[in-house]
Structure formats: C-alpha cells, structure tokens
Design a protein around this ligand. Structure first.
Ligand SMILES: [Zn+2]
Length: 216
C-alpha cells in the first residue's frame, strides 16, 4: 500500500482514493441537481501530465461507485483493462493537453443548457452581464463585466468537434466554459471541487437567463 492509493503507484491504472471519491461525490451532486439525466455527462480529474481518471462509458452518475472511474491517457485510450471511456473523452483530453493547470473537467446535460441553446439556434455565444456570480471565476472580480459563453453546434464526430472547439479555447474566448448546442456544458478547474463550483455558477447563469427571458 502506498499512501492513500487504491493500487501501487507503478500501476498505470492506479487512481488515488481521494480523486475517485471526489468524482463520485461530484457525480452524485450533479445527479441531485438534474444535470446528468439517464447516463449522460462525464467527469474527470488529471492524474499526471499524460493521463486522467474519468467516468466509464454508460454509467449513471447518480449511482457512481469508485469502480466506475477508469484511467485514460490524453489520446483517449483506456489504461483500465476491459473498461471503455465515452467518446466525449476526447474533449476532456483537449483541455488537459492545452492547459497544465486544468485539474478537473465536468460535463453535464442540464435542461437549462439544452433548452436555451436550442431556443437560440443562430447564437454563437451567450453573454452574461451584471451577474455577481461571475466572481466564481477568478478572472472576474466584479459584476460589472460581460462574461461570454461560446455556443458550439453539436456533432457526433468528436475529432471534428474538438477541431472546432480548439481555436475558441486557444483564443481565450471561453472564460467560463463552453456549451454544445442542445447537449450541455463543459467547465474545468484546478481540481474537482473548483470545477464543481464553476459548474454550479454556470448552471445558475443559464437558468437565470431563461427566467429573465420569461419576464421580459
Ligand atoms: Zn455529453
């Protein structure tokens, strides 16, 4: 036994217990909020500079167990024998490869993200202005800002989709995450807790934007 590792460090499929437990708890919280219906969504955490722990394909996030967390390299190849990752793992790989300080990535399929982006079929972004909660992102220190959320058309071809997302990320144009139209959001942070904090803030922004449109 080495520290709190479930398996010895030398095992490429080893996942520290605290990382697996954090992903399980985040999945359960996302389920309680209704953000991961059916078996949708993916949650991951960086393990090293070339691999991550991520939820396996086809598991319901409300019933996650640590055995449902697998190790995948940054090419999207599973290092956990017999377990395969979701196709969307490539979008997680993209974020870890681009920024070394990304420690966790969360993706859900909320009603708010789905409804709002389908209701705005031409929108390439949604702007949020005047919201106190943007301070959930350290880049914002006041509500007197415009936080832009890129809206990207959904695609079942993950390589093509990643190719369309890349220039947006590289331009620094996704300060609070991004949303796939009719699908859901991607957010990230230095660890699972930070990413969950931002996911809650982003889902609040989306739900509030819908309420404002109803009142307008
Ligand atoms: Zn998805």
């Amino acid at each position: 036994m080495v520290g709190d590792l479930a398996l010895p460090c030398s095992e490429p499929s080893a996942i520290p217990h605290d990382v697996a437990a954090a992903l399980v708890a985040a999945g359960q919280r996302m389920d309680r909020r209704g953000w991961v219906p059916a078996t949708s969504g993916n949650l991951s955490a960086r393990l090293t500079d070339d691999r991550m722990a991520i939820t396996r394909s086809g598991v319901h996030k409300g019933f996650l167990a640590t055995r449902d967390i697998i190790v995948v390299d940054f090419d999207g190849v599973s290092l956990t024998s017999g377990m395969k990752p979701s196709a969307e793992t490539l979008l997680h790989c993209q974020l870890y490869r681009l920024w070394p300080d990304v420690g966790a990535v969360l993706h859900g399929h909320s009603v708010a993200a789905t409804a709002l982006t389908l209701a705005l079929p031409e929108a390439e972004a949604i702007d949020f202005e005047g919201y106190e909660i943007v301070k959930a992102w350290s880049a914002f220190t006041t509500h007197e800002v415009r936080a832009t959320l890129p809206v990207i058309d959904n695609d079942q071809d993950m390589h093509r989709l990643a190719g369309r997302i890349a220039p947006i990320l590289e331009a620094g144009a996704a300060p609070i995450g991004y949303v796939l139209r009719g699908h859901g959001v991607y957010v990230w942070g230095t660890d699972v807790a930070a990413a969950l904090h931002r996911l809650e803030a982003l889902e609040f922004l989306l739900a509030t934007d819908i309420e404002r449109r109803k009142l307008a």
